[in-house]
Design a protein around this ligand. Structure first.
Ligand SMILES: Nc1nc2c(ncn2[C@@H]2O[C@H](COP(=O)(O)OP(=O)(O)OP(=O)(O)O)[C@@H](O)[C@H]2O)c(=O)[nH]1
Ligand SMILES: [Mg+2]
Length: 268
């Protein structure tokens, strides 16, 4: 059994930064995990890259040879990943099977989470290889300042949830930038009636029915919980990781992989 996090969310929401902080956190607690880069456009990494989609295909080459722009180029690269699941990716994955913990740093293109088939097939592949997979959806806390943004964030996350059909953890990133935590608290685990009244206040009366339906939807899918993440605090990273581990049942087997300790210096 392997374990995997699929780290997704809009461009700039903090996915790669999360991956590197998580890596450091695990390193410090002598826990083994590997970060995989699935973003063909990524250039700099603050974590050791265990597998790299750029070894499969180069975005620059694709853009140049096919005359595609950055977005089309990226989607083409992701399609190539999909085509190569049973060869390139399977071979790479062979290095990491039993009890390994992989974290996939994905690109931020929203179409990957809403309708493009690549990530779905990617996840299916991981499941076939006996991985327990969890989607970790990051949303920038800077965009959680009012109810309309909250709803739109929920909808984007919900669309990823129905598209990928995975256990799903929502994270509110960049909490260190939030100056007024009180404003945010009402969105962390909000009451539906509160959301509805806020939404009704914001929108013209003809939206009342839509608002009600939206809030019900968000509520029915129990989408309304976001875990705040402040990367400055080890306790915050620890908490987020514990929630995700729980989702993928990591640590429930007695023999989870712990990094070998350096042998203690022996006194002669
Ligand atoms: N203050 C603060 N800035 C952050 C945090 N996380 C990310 N950032 C900044 O936000 C920007 C985007 O972060 P990334 O980690 O590259 O975001 P990403 O989701 O990987 O972006 P894409 O790969 O382009 O989709 C960078 O400038 C980061 O330094 C955080 O927790 N706090
Ligand atoms: Mg990134």
């Amino acid at each position: 059994m392997g374990y995997a996090q699929l780290v997704i969310g809009p461009a700039g929401s903090g996915k790669s930064t999360y991956c590197s902080s998580l890596y450091q956190h695990c390193e410090a607690s002598r826990r083994t995990m590997h970060v995989v880069n699935l973003d063909p456009a990524a250039e700099n990494f603050d974590y050791p890259v265990a597998m790299d989609i750029r070894e499969l295909i180069s975005l620059d080459d694709v853009m140049e040879e096919l005359g595609l722009g950055p977005n089309g180029g990226l989607m083409y690269c992701m399609e190539q990943l999909e085509e190569n699941l049973d060869d390139w990716f399977a071979e790479e994955l062979d290095n990491y099977l039993d009890d390994d913990y992989l974290v996939f740093d994905c690109p931020g293109q929203i179409e990957l989470y809403s309708h493009a088939p690549v990530l779905r097939n990617f996840v299916e592949h991981l499941k076939r290889k006996n991985f327990n997979v969890c989607a970790v959806y990051l949303l920038d806390s800077q965009f959680m300042t009012d109810v309309t943004k909250f709803i739109s964030g929920c909808m984007a996350s919900l669309s990823a949830m129905v598209h990928l059909e995975l256990p799903h953890v929502n994270i509110l990133s960049k909490m260190d930038l939030v100056t007024n935590k009180k404003d945010l608290e009402e969105f962390l685990d909000p009451e539906p009636p509160f959301l509805l009244s806020e939404l009704n206040q914001r929108m013209a009366p003809q939206f009342a029915k839509l608002n009600k339906a939206l809030i019900e939807l968000v509520n029915d899918y129990s989408m309304v919980t976001f875990i705040p993440l402040d990367l400055r605090k080890e306790s915050s990273i620890h908490y987020v990781l514990a929630q995700i581990d729980n989702c993928i049942q990591y640590g429930e087997d007695a023999d989870v992989k712990v990094k070998d300790f350096d042998p203690p210096e022996e006194d002669e």
